[in-house]
Write a protein that binds this ligand. Sequence first.
Ligand SMILES: NC(=O)c1ccc[n+]([C@@H]2O[C@H](COP(=O)([O-])OP(=O)(O)OC[C@H]3O[C@@H](n4cnc5c(N)ncnc54)[C@H](OP(=O)(O)O)[C@@H]3O)[C@@H](O)[C@H]2O)c1
Length: 309
Amino acid sequence: MKPKILLTGRNGQIGEELERLLPQLGEVVALGRQELDLSNSEEIRRTIREIRPNLIVNAAAYTAVDQAEKEETAANEINSSAVAIMAEEAKKIGASLVHHSTDYVFDGLKGNPYLEDDPTGPINAYGRTKLAGEQAIRASGVPHLIFRTSWVYATRGRNFLRTILRLATQREELRIVRDQIGAPTWSREIADATTKILSQLYGGETSQDSLSGVSGTYHMTAGGVTNWHEFAIAILDEASRASKTAPWFAAATGGNPLITSRVIPITTQEFPTPARRPAYSILSNARLLKTFGFQLPGWRSQLHRTFST
Ligand SMILES: NC(=O)c1ccc[n+]([C@@H]2O[C@H](COP(=O)([O-])OP(=O)(O)OC[C@H]3O[C@@H](n4cnc5c(N)ncnc54)[C@H](OP(=O)(O)O)[C@@H]3O)[C@@H](O)[C@H]2O)c1
C-alpha cells in the first residue's frame, strides 16, 4: 500500500530532509508553519480531516530549549496539545502517527545508556513539554512510532555545528562544555532511518496498513559517545580538511577563514544557561536494531559525511 502522508514542520532540520525522502513511499503533503500553525487547534483538525492521510509524520516542534523556560505554555501548546490533537484526529480516521522526541525526557543521571522504558524525569521546561507530547500519543491509542533522538544538527538552521563554525571565524579561543555527554545526530540520518523504517512497514507485497505491529517508542541516535568539547574539536578538524566550496559551509562561515587555535574545556557551571541540560544523554538503540534490523552510524562518521555534502 502506498500511504498518503501528511508531513508537518517541513522547514525544520529533520522536516526538510523528510520532505526530500518521504515521496519514495507515497504521496506527501508537506506543510510548514505558514500552511499549518500548530498553535491553532481548529486548523490542525480541519487540515487532517481535509487531507485524510494514512500517516502523519510530525517533524514540527517548539525547540528553543532556553526560551521554553520563559514560555512553557507556548512550548506546551506545540509539543503537547497540538500532538494530542494530531493523535486524536489520526485515530479517528484510522491513520498512524510518527513523531520525534528527545533525550531531554530523561534527567541525565543514569550513567549508562537509557532504555526506552527507563523512568523519565525531565529537568527543563522543553523536556516536560516533549514528555507530555509522548504521553498524549500513548494515551490516544493511535498506532504510532515515537523516535527519541539527541543533539540534532544540520547543514542549515540553528545548531551547534553551524555555531562553532561561525564562532571559529571570530575567535582564536573557544570555551566549550565538557561535562555533558551525548551523541550528536545529523538530521539527514534521522530522516533516512525514519524513511527506511516506513518503507519496511509500507513497502512491498506484505505491507501493513498501519504501524500496529511495531507501535511504540524507539531510541534513534548516532552511535558512540562524546561531549560538546570533543564534538567542537571534531568539527574544526573536519572543517580544516573539508572542501571550503560547499555552499552550506560558505554560508556558515560567511566565507571567512577559521581562526580558532584553542578549544578550552569548561564545566557546565562555568557556562550557565536558562535551561538545565542532562549531564548524560546516551540512549541505547538496541530496540531499534532488534525491531528494524539497523542502527544509525557513529557520530564521528556522520559528522565526516556532513562535510562531504
Ligand atoms: N534539535 C535538537 O537538538 C533535537 C534533539 C532531540 C530531539 N529533537 C526533536 O526532533 C524534532 C525535530 O527537531 P528539529 O531539530 O528538526 O527542529 P527545528 O529545526 O527547530 O524545526 C522545528 C520546526 O517546527 C516548526 N514549528 C514550530 N512552531 C510551529 C507552529 N506553531 N506551527 C507549525 N510549525 C511550527 C518550525 O517552524 P519555523 O521554521 O517556521 O520556525 C520548524 O520548522 C522535534 O520533535 C524535536 O523536539 C530535536
